[in-house]
Design a protein around this ligand. Structure first.
Ligand code: SIN
Ligand code: FE2
Length: 212
């Protein structure tokens, strides 16, 4: 099934606990985008490794107390950057406010993330269907913010083989999933070539989580 983005930015219920908030981040974009650009200038995103020893297709950077890392030892959270040994920079206030407001709009009060993963997709990058399951507390939702080039988000089910719904995410869209949907499989189809006025030839995704 393919969904279409409602022109009037009304929220779309995807499943119990899962909501697509089209354009939710647009009102704060003037503050948000410079923060993301600066974060990536200070900490260039890098290709983490899969446990199979291959580089991931997306590049990642992290903000917050806990950063998501991948290596041949597996996936998980670390308080330090794996190459520099430095703590991750703090999550800027505008991103914290966006995460809390989006979670609230989707029915999850008092969401206070301690991790912001920045996924950078060049055209040709994708993310296979997976569950977010490296966090300790599954009562907390995931808040996912899309910036730059459009992408098809794949919203699956509780089994990897469940056929995903395709969502055409664009710049400023937010998707929140928690509760009964917290461990739903999701992914991103191969990003198509293009240019975006703010991000250039890339899609950037912020994934906010309570990791610990
Ligand atoms: C993720 O699942 O970590 C990323 C999702 C996205 O890029 O939209
Ligand atoms: Fe994910």
């Amino acid at each position: 099934m393919d969904l279409f983005s409602p022109a009037d930015h009304t929220p779309v219920a995807l499943a119990e606990g899962a909501t697509w908030l089209p354009g939710f981040a647009l009102p704060m974009m003037q503050t948000l985008w410079p923060c993301v650009a600066e974060a990536l200038a200070i900490q260039p995103a890098m290709h983490m490794m899969t446990p199979m020893g291959y580089p991931m297709s997306v590049k990642t950077a992290s903000l917050g107390e806990w950063g998501w890392v991948g290596s041949q030892a597996g996936y998980g959270y670390s308080a330090q950057h794996p190459e520099t040994g430095q703590p991750w920079p703090p999550i800027p206030a505008v991103i914290m406010q966006l995460a809390e407001a989006a979670a609230m709009a989707a029915g999850f009060a008092n969401f206070v993330p301690d991790s912001c993963l920045i996924n950078v997709y060049a055209p040709g990058s994708k993310m296979g269907l997976h569950q977010d399951k490296d966090e300790r507390d599954f009562s907390q939702p995931i808040v996912s913010v899309s910036l730059g080039l459009p992408a098809t988000f794949l919203w699956g089910g509780h089994r990897r083989l469940d056929k995903p719904i395709k969502l055409p995410l664009v710049h400023g869209d937010v998707v929140v999933w928690g509760g009964a949907s917290r461990r739903v499989y999701h992914g991103v189809a191969t990003v198509k070539p293009g240019q975006h006025p703010l991000t250039g030839a890339q899609r950037i995704n912020l994934t906010l989580r309570k990791a610990r």
